[in-house]
Design a protein around this ligand. Structure first.
Ligand code: PLP
Length: 307
């Protein structure tokens, strides 16, 4: 009998297992040193969204960290599809991870460790709940912590060095907000725990150029804005620009385009989700249903597996 994959399906150590049975060695340097990278792609309405872009970003991240796998990008796409197919999920959060791996006893040289590839599909994850998405997020610009320097940890390589972002979250909760955006050492805005940030400032959309992941949702917003005739650019964003913005939203694969209606305790615009934010969110979800960015998942059992 097939195991029960309804809560999610993982692929690790070359095997598909129910996600609750997927384990990673306590000796894996991915765990003990955060020596790893990952990527997350969404499945919506039975199709991957911008799968090739996520795979390309993952490949670049692996290259930057000198992590190697024998799996080609085609193999990885097949494994991700198989995780989704076995789970049967039509809306899924699909993660791929490369860890440095488990060293031989006493080995300190990362070049001599065999890297490991892992993946899983679980039900779609939202970084803001339904109530927060409807009323808009309450955001703070963190004061107690700054973003890890890009010269130390490259934020364009997706990583689990979340110590600063988690401190930002705790500050947000202390200040009765939902989440936080962090500034860099020069005081420019970067990003928050799991999202990029956009301001609609003086009639243009702007998102931080540096100190942030090149989010695929961020790119999608830039693409959709161009199609809709809205000027959108990446650049330096100062906290003051956020404070003066008529609209603010955050973007993530885990939730799409999510409005921010309170910044540091002050209403953004009239304090309700702005019209441009709503329009971009609609266009974003429309683009998930059909079109060039969608790769449908074939949920039928592969022929060799049918009795
Ligand atoms: N910034 C950080 C730190 C993230 O972890 C994420 C997503 O997890 C993002 C930005 C948004 O990236 P994407 O739109 O590719 O999901």
């Amino acid at each position: 009998m097939e195991p029960d994959y309804t809560a999610g399906c993982a692929f690790t150590m070359g095997q598909y297992v129910p996600v609750k049975d997927a384990h990673i060695s306590i000796l894996d340097m991915g765990f003990s040193r955060s020596d790893c990278t990952y990527d997350v792609v969404a499945v919506w309405d039975g199709g991957f969204f911008r799968l090739d872009d996520h795979l390309a970003r993952f490949a670049r991240s692996c290259e930057c960290l000198q992590l190697h796998t024998d799996h080609t990008l085609g193999d990885i796409a097949t494994i991700l599809t198989e995780c989704v197919r076995r789970s049967g999920l039509r809306e899924a959060y699909v993660e791929m991870i490369m860890t440095r791996g488990v060293p031989q006893a006493g080995e300190r040289d990362p070049r001599r460790i065999t890297n490991r590839f892992h993946a899983y599909a679980i039900p779609y994850v939202w970084i803001a709940n339904a109530d927060q998405r409807a009323r808009g997020l309450h955001l703070v610009v963190a004061r107690s912590v700054e973003r890890i320097s890009s010269r130390a940890i490259d934020p364009t390589v997706k990583n689990f060095h979340w110590g600063d972002l988690v401190r930002g979250l705790f500050e947000a909760y202390e200040r009765n907000a939902d989440t936080a955006v962090l500034v860099d050492a020069n005081g420019y805005l970067t990003e928050g725990p799991g999202f990029n940030v956009f301001a609609f400032y003086r009639g243009q959309l702007i998102t931080p150029a540096d100190g942030a992941l090149h989010g695929i949702t961020r790119q999608t917003v830039l693409d959709l804005a161009a199609q809709a005739g809205v000027t959108a650019r990446v650049g330096r964003v100062e906290p003051d620009m956020l404070a003066q913005a008529s609209e603010i939203f955050v973007t993530s694969t885990a939730g799409g385009v999510m409005p921010v209606t309170l910044l540091d305790g002050q209403p953004v615009g009239d304090g309700t989700p702005g019209p441009l934010t709503q329009r971009l969110s609609e266009l974003y979800w429309q683009a998930h249903r059909a079109g060039e960015w969608v790769t449908p998942v074939d949920y039928r059992a592969p022929r060799h597996a049918t009795p």
